[in-house]
Design a protein around this ligand. Structure first.
Ligand code: SAH
Ligand code: SF4
Ligand code: F3S
Length: 442
């Protein structure tokens, strides 16, 4: 094994981003130091995503770059969802890879590193049923103000299109005591925003005798002194109860934002997707959220071109966008994935038609966002300052509703506002962000 330096590139969702923070902490604890480029590194890791085919291909194109000699003397490892999905096949496709490890086996990393250091070149961590969560006090967080906390790993649903149950295994909830301890420590070290993570946070069940459900956990995290913002993702509509809306109403620290993936507005498509809810059931949850005095921002995920999706089904989804008026959406063309039930469905939608539907959907949503964001002009929003755009002379903030609000602040005398909470008056609105000016306090 060459010098104990490492480089890691992360693809995929927030769960993966946070897993990498834990992996980095574990590596540092085991004597490795981070470097800026893969060229400088002795150990090159890719934490991969397999949610759509395009995401999966990225890791193979990265590995390809090192195929001919330039990777000599380096150790390559594939972590995350492609690692779990492809397993030892990765060694065949990319023989210069020595480590393949899925997220359910990260607690074994120290042991796997020792094997690599001893010169083994086929090291794996691929068991999916270890029944444990990856807990480490060594997390190296990327952002000094907002911290992720994993509350539940894996997924017990079986949406017909989705690889996650195969790549992350069955659901495992962390103990409420462990989560609360982490939240208090984060507050103690200056974090003010916490984001609770899981593929389906609503099915959180405290494994300890306390037995908290998700709504209880959310309310307790929101009450931790020093924590000013709590976010959570992702919610599954089937498991999203009214108690969660009540907890949001009762706790100002919980942000005005719920991401509630709908996937389709058509009952026929939802049934074939095995989403376990229909349009009416979904809309009932939207009504609870809209009835809240908190002015909760709604966002969603949508898949177009699922097998059998007719023009009429697609129009039901377009109508749903008008009905709900989301503040933003993530939308995707259906991508067939290994092992999933949808592979057996007939009536595939041609690629070109998927593309056409995606464009129509995104154009409709863009006009909804322009309208909704414009309605905010003149209002004052509190932002957490997350960055600085020096070229524009603007600070980059995020509102409780999760909108990006860039603003000028004439009265800071060059002081950094990073990590501070600032009131900003909105002066302009685009489809994806707002512009404003800091409100000066008298
Ligand atoms: N657990 C979350 C998110 C899962 S992945 C949930 O249940 O919503 C994030 C999004 O990727 C999904 O909501 C879905 O919209 C999209 N997605 C998942 N599998 C896909 C596939 N095979 N093709 C296209 N989009 C997919
Ligand atoms: Fe995938 Fe469905 Fe689980 Fe979300 S709930 S991770 S879409 S199987
Ligand atoms: Fe991708 Fe795995 Fe997340 S497939 S979206 S990295 S759970």
């Amino acid at each position: 094994m060459p010098a104990k330096t490492f480089y890691i590139e992360t693809f995929g969702c927030q769960m993966n981003a946070h897993d990498s923070e834990k992996v980095i902490g574990t590596l540092i604890r085991n004597g490795y130091s981070p470097v800026e480029t893969p060229e400088e590194a002795g150990l090159v890791l890719y934490n991969t995503c397999s949610i759509r085919d395009k995401a999966e291909q990225k890791v193979f194109s990265r590995l390809q770059q090192f195929k001919r000699g330039s990777g000599k003397g380096k150790v390559f490892g594939v972590l995350g969802c492609v690692a779990q999905q492809e397993g030892e096949r990765i060694f065949e496709r990319a023989p210069h890879v020595s480590l393949v490890c899925g997220s359910a086996s990260y607690s074994r990393l120290p042991e796997l590193l020792v094997q690599l250091e001893a010169g083994e070149n086929r090291v794996t961590g691929l068991s999916l049923n270890r029944g444990e969560t990856f807990e480490t006090p060594l997390t190296r967080r990327d952002n000094p103000h907002r911290a992720y906390i994993t509350i539940i790993e894996g997924c017990d649903k079986s949406c017909a299109y989705c690889v996650v149950p195969f790549t992350r295994g069955p659901e495992r909830s962390r103990t409420s005591a462990g989560i609360m301890e982490e939240a208090r420590q984060l507050a103690g070290s200056g974090y003010t925003e916490i984001q609770l993570l899981g593929q389906n946070v609503n099915s959180y069940r405290d494994p300890s005798p306390a037995g908290w459900d998700f709504a209880t956990l959310l309310s307790r995290v929101a009450a931790v002194p020093g924590i000013r913002r709590v976010r959570f993702t992702t919610s599954h509509p089937r498991d999203f109860g009214r108690d969660i809306v009540e907890v949001i109403d009762a706790h100002p620290a919980i942000c005005n934002h719920v991401h509630l993936p709908v996937q389709s507005g058509s009952d026929a498509v939802l049934a074939r997707m095995q989403r376990l809810y229909g349009r009416d059931e979904y809309m009932r949850r939207i009504e609870w959220l809209k009835a809240s005095p908190r002015n909760i921002s709604l966002t969603t995920d949508i898949i177009v071109g699922f097998p059998g999706e007719t023009e009429e089904d697609f129009h039901r989804t377009l109508q749903l966008l008008d009905e709900v008026e989301y503040d933003s959406i993530f939308s995707f063309k259906y991508s067939p994935r290994p092992n999933t039930a949808a592979l057996n469905l007939d009536r595939a939608v041609p690629e070109e038609e998927k593309g056409r539907r995606l464009t129509i959907l995104q154009e409709k949503q863009r006009s909804i966002q322009i309208r909704r964001n414009s309605a905010l002009i003149g209002s004052v929003e509190e932002v957490l300052v997350e960055g600085r755009n020096a070229a524009l002379g603007q600070w980059i903030g995020r509102t409780s509703q999760n909108r990006v609000l860039n603003f000028a602040s004439p009265a800071t005398n060059g002081d950094s506002l990073l990590g501070r909470y600032v009131s900003v008056r909105v002066t302009r609105a685009g489809p994806n962000s707002l512009v404003g000016e800091a409100v000066l306090r008298a």
